[in-house]
Design a protein around this ligand. Structure first.
Ligand SMILES: [Zn+2]
Length: 493
């Protein structure tokens, strides 16, 4: 027990350090790098009087144990009966719940139900720790976004849905899909939150560290009298005050989610795969993250913008039958800026088309050269491209207008932009048939909004930043983030 040995002033770590002090300077230097070397301690010539951790007053032991990671405490309990007894002190576990899982609820009220903080820690928080974070449900090509968080004394799975089309600047909508809590001492209860009739019995299975599934055990709670079609219409009327026809495009994601939860196609079982928010670097063009984007008749979809050297990628977190979730919807070449013509010439689609296709030809030539020389084409990094911005255009930006004939879900798009880049957008037939990357123009409006003109489709997508604060969503490393992107793309294929 390393902790025990260090606190008692005996054991291998102390003995080891004393011996090192009698060695040569080189070795001493190495010993100095030992993190727990205490200069105060090293001035002491004679060994300190032996004192056992067991002799410390219980209040002090409670303090010490409460500052250790909760996962270390069970092995400490095996040391002796005194430790085991002290580890029953609930303040230790209250502090672990707070520090490790951010539970700031008044845990005292638990005592009434006979549930201890130790139970909450072990049977709820620790047991279900692997489901905390950001997830993409496996709902055919549609994907989705789920954030599982500790909320009071519950673990709640919040499903996030894009706002109503075409209002990309509106906040995300969210509703609880399931919750886990300790109603009694024995074990945590999983409840499905879907439907009108309140929480009911559900089940969670943790498949592996980055995958879990939920199942509703009482799907009758999702039902209303009058059959499914009636349920569907009632739900639309009650929840949205609209008819099925009115609402179809506006609530694509919600309808799809409902469809999958209602039908037995997936046996009321949903599987989720872990996703991370993109790591950000100081030289990124803008802060990477999640954006809501307009996708024509498919409604609003959630796209993750991330930076990879001179490339920026937009990966679909929600998808549609043409381009499924997980695919890379847009790719922006930050080495190739496009200088927009003045506002009058910008109104001409042919003029814009000519400009973009010119850059595409240039990119093609560079790629050929690169292949001949057997290396990646040399390119300017994003920050350099940004610095090359003409002084007249910096600051308030340049005027922007969509060329005549380019369709947009809304006329409400920004009329100034900071800069534009060449990019490609993925288009495909229904069922992701014959996918193809086609040329387009990426328009950076401001920190929180960008657009993309799909030349071939003659359409414009507007993207606006998702401002929801997702918890437990950080990638452990840039490599882990890249691996995640690859794996969700592979699933989508
Ligand atoms: Zn249910």
């Amino acid at each position: 027990m390393a902790v025990c040995a260090r606190l008692c002033g005996v054991g291998p770590s102390r003995g080891c350090r004393r011996r090192q002090q009698r060695r040569g300077p080189a070795e001493t230097a190495a010993a100095d790098s030992e993190p727990d070397t205490d200069p105060e301690e090293e001035r002491i010539e004679a060994p300190p009087p032996r004192c056992s951790l067991l002799e410390l007053p219980p209040e002090l032991l409670v303090e010490i144990f409460a500052s250790l990671p909760g996962t270390d405490l069970p092995s400490l309990a095996q040391v002796c009966t005194k430790f085991r007894r002290i580890l029953h002190t609930d303040t230790i576990w209250r502090r672990r719940c707070r520090e490790e899982y951010g539970v700031c609820e008044n845990l005292r009220k638990l005592e009434i139900t006979g549930v201890s903080c130790r139970d909450v820690y072990a049977k709820l928080l620790h047991r279900y720790r692997h489901i905390l974070g950001l997830w993409q449900p496996d709902i055919g090509p549609y994907g989705g976004l789920l954030n599982v968080v500790v909320d009071g004394l519950f673990i709640i799975g919040w499903m996030y849905l894009p706002p109503h089309d075409p209002h990309v600047d509106d906040p995300m909508r969210f509703k609880p899909l399931f919750r886990v809590h300790l109603m009694e001492r024995k074990s945590a209860t999983v409840e499905c939150m879907y439907g009108h009739k309140g929480p009911h019995n559900g089940h969670i299975q943790i498949v592996k560290k980055d995958e879990f599934s939920t199942k509703c055990n009482q799907t009758d709670h999702h039902r209303m009298s009058g059959g499914r079609q009636e349920e569907f219409r009632t739900w639309l009327r009650e929840e949205w005050g609209r008819t099925l026809e009115d609402i179809f495009h506006e609530h694509m994601q919600e309808l799809i989610l409902m469809k999958f939860i209602y039908t037995s196609q997936y046996d009321n079982c949903l599987t989720y795969r872990r996703i991370y928010l993109p790591p950000s670097r100081p030289d990124d063009l803008i802060q990477p993250g999640l954006f809501k984007g307009t996708y024509g008749s498919h409604g609003l979809e959630v796209v993750m913008l991330s930076f990879h050297g001179w490339l920026a990628r937009g990966t679909k977190i929600t998808g549609d039958p043409n381009i499924p979730a997980g695919q890379q919807t847009v790719e922006i070449d930050l080495r190739h800026r496009v200088q927009l013509p003045d506002i009058e010439n910008l109104r001409s689609f042919n003029e814009l088309s000519r400009l973009v296709l010119e850059v595409r030809e240039q990119v093609r030539l560079e790629q050929q050269e690169g292949q001949l020389e057997g290396k990646e084409p040399a390119g300017r990094p994003a920050q350099e491209a940004a610095a090359a911005e003409q002084p007249a255009q910096s600051g308030q930006g340049q005027p922007f207008v969509l060329p005549v004939g380019v369709s947009s879900r809304s006329e409400d798009y920004p009329r100034t932009c900071r800069m534009c880049f060449y990019g490609t957008g993925l288009i495909a037939g229904h069922g992701f048939t014959s996918p193809e990357r086609t040329p387009g123009l990426f328009i950076l409006f401001d920190e929180d909004r960008f657009g993309f003109i799909w030349l071939e489709l003659k359409s414009f997508s507007l993207y606006s930043r998702v401002r929801a604060a997702f918890r437990n969503a950080e990638a452990p490393s840039p490599q882990a983030f890249d691996d995640m992107l690859k794996s969700i793309q592979a699933v989508a294929c």
